[in-house]
Design a protein around this ligand. Structure first.
Ligand SMILES: Cc1cc2nc3c(=O)[nH]c(=O)nc-3n(C[C@H](O)[C@H](O)[C@H](O)COP(=O)(O)OP(=O)(O)OC[C@H]3O[C@@H](n4cnc5c(N)ncnc54)[C@H](O)[C@@H]3O)c2cc1C
Length: 478
């Protein structure tokens, strides 16, 4: 946490009034307002501060405010509202659509807000939203606790939680939002609200899946689970239609303790793969069995029996070890699509392998996640994440280097998604890029959209929070 001395409320009010009187507040006006750091283009830290996870997103905000506390958040939201600044909200900076930065606007960067209070007796935690999934998991893991986020440690708990959260514990404990007990949210009017099932229940429903549309979440309260030793890690198999279809069949039939992520792709030149495998189709899978080692081994045995593994790193481990170290300088450029399907049989697996062969990207992948379990036992209308009955999530991506190649890879991924489309028309909001309103509506089908739009009208009628998978406020609050 940043521990700079807070301005007195008198100073703050004066500075705020001065800032509001000016058409565009100066850097010193801004610095007087906030306890956190204000980074402007002249600042040596500006280049790294404006960089987000994905490459090819090259926007230059007028200022990045590394807020230090909820008061800073409230002041910045008020300033943006009064001055009409475009406001980008950033937790971990992993938005595929580039929503957590802005050309000429202001970035509200939560990355300095990393306080975490774990209540061991109650098995709950209050976490500030600048924490990443990896940071939270490492800290909770020291007490033998965990909740599920996603597959990547550097993803911010802000973005992943507000969109749902599908990770290594999804079948055992559900989505990240299924462990969300309460949140503190600064709404468009600058107020800090405590929301839970009793207090602002409409807002609490909406933020569990509705993304950043309703305000800035400063803290989340989570229920914690006892998850210490698991059986987990990477299993690499040769990718044939039978192996792919067999993998998904086993993953769907497995007990809820097991969650899997299967990446069908061409083998990169990884040191632990023999050279003759490089460039061949593989299933690079991550498995987590959240239970005891003996049972885990027998549940994982059928996966190992699908073919002779090319690499097998599945072993008993402490849950936080599932998040591998990452390179700060890795900024991939990707064309991606997300969808749900009902089945990956042999013929779907053949379609996957055929399309992967056709990509000219530096890497092409079809990521398959068998869902179900605890996630599917929550009613579809209990939260704003409506895809509880979707069976398998598919994320398709081509990574590429040169921006002028974008149309080629976009066309490839569009065709690929069309070839895989089955009955389920839904989409998972957290994996959407900048794909237009139809896809946002696919993430929030029918009544979910109507309900979200009405709540949006109540809490953000002018659509101040619009740099997100946007839900426009309903014209009549119903
Ligand atoms: C490499 C990678 C792996 C991923 N793996 C998974 C996975 O396994 N499972 C999964 O479910 N998702 C996964 N995702 C998707 C991820 O959940 C979303 O991209 C998510 O939005 C990222 O959150 P962030 O805080 O890092 O991103 P940011 O870019 O900081 O935020 C994204 C958006 O969320 C909103 N937001 C963020 N924080 C707040 C806040 N505190 N208050 C209000 N609004 C906020 C804003 O609208 C912002 O534009 C992955 C993404 C990447 C890039």
């Amino acid at each position: 946490m940043v521990t700079k001395k807070r301005s007195t409320s008198l100073d703050t009010n004066l500075a705020l009034r001065q800032a509001q009187d000016n058409a565009s507040p100066s850097t010193s006006d801004l610095r007087a307002l906030f306890n956190g750091r204000v980074i402007v283009p002249e600042d040596p830290r500006y280049e790294s501060a404006r960089t987000v996870f994905y490459g090819g997103i090259d926007r230059r905000p007028a200022a990045i405010v590394r807020v230090a506390d909820a008061g800073d958040v409230s002041r910045l939201v008020s300033l943006a509202r009064e001055h009409g600044f475009e406001l980008a909200v950033r937790s971990g900076g992993h938005s595929g659509a580039g929503h957590s930065t802005s050309e000429g606007g202001i970035v509200l960067d939560l990355s300095a807000m990393k306080d975490l209070q774990i209540n061991i007796e109650e098995r709950t935690a209050w976490a500030e939203t600048g924490l990443t999934a990896g940071e939270f998991t490492a800290a909770a893991g020291t007490h033998g606790f965990a909740i599920g986020f996603g597959d990547t440690g550097s993803v911010g708990i802000g973005g992943i939680t507000l969109g749902g959260g599908i990770g290594y514990l999804v079948r055992k404990y559900g989505l990240t939002i299924d462990d969300l007990l309460a949140a503190e949210i600064v709404t468009a009017d600058g107020q800090l609200l405590h929301v839970d099932t009793n207090s602002y229940p409409d807002l609490f429903w909406a933020i569990r899946g509705g993304g950043g549309n309703f305000g800035v979440a400063t803290r989340f309260q989570f229920r914690l689970h006892e998850v210490d030793l698991v059986v987990g890690g990477m299993l690499i198999l040769p990718a044939t239609p039978d192996v792919i279809a067999g993998f998904i069949a086993e993953a769907e039939a497995a007990p809820d303790e097991l969650s899997t992520i299967a990446n069908v792709m061409t083998a990169p030149p990884m040191p632990f793969l023999s050279e003759e495998v490089h460039g061949k189709p593989i299933v690079m899978a991550m498995l987590v069995y959240a239970g005891n080692a003996e049972a885990g081994d027998s549940v994982i045995a059928p996966f190992r029996a699908l073919a002779t593994p090319l690499a097998d790193m599945v072993k008993p481990m402490r849950y936080p070890e599932i998040y591998q170290p990452e390179e700060d300088e890795y900024h991939p450029v990707a064309a991606a699509r997300t969808m749900f399907v009902d089945t990956i049989d042999r013929s779907v697996a053949e379609t996957i392998l055929d399309h992967l062969k056709g990509s000219t990207g530096s890497m092409a992948v079809a990521q398959l996640r068998a869902l179900g379990g605890a996630m599917a036992r929550v009613p579809a209308d209990a939260t704003a994440f409506a895809h509880r009955k979707s069976r398998i999530m598919v994320n398709l991506a081509a990574l590429y280097e040169r921006p002028d190649e974008k149309p080629i890879h976009e066309a490839w991924v569009t065709d690929f998604a069309a070839a895989l489309r089955q009955g389920d028309e839904g989409a998972y909001v957290n994996f959407l890029g900048d794909e237009g309103e139809a896809q946002v509506r696919a993430a929030y089908p029918g009544p979910t959209w109507e309900r979200l739009a009405a709540i949006k009208a109540r809490y953000d009628p002018t659509n101040l929070f619009r740099l997100n998978q946007n839900i426009s406020p309903a014209s009549d609050d119903i």
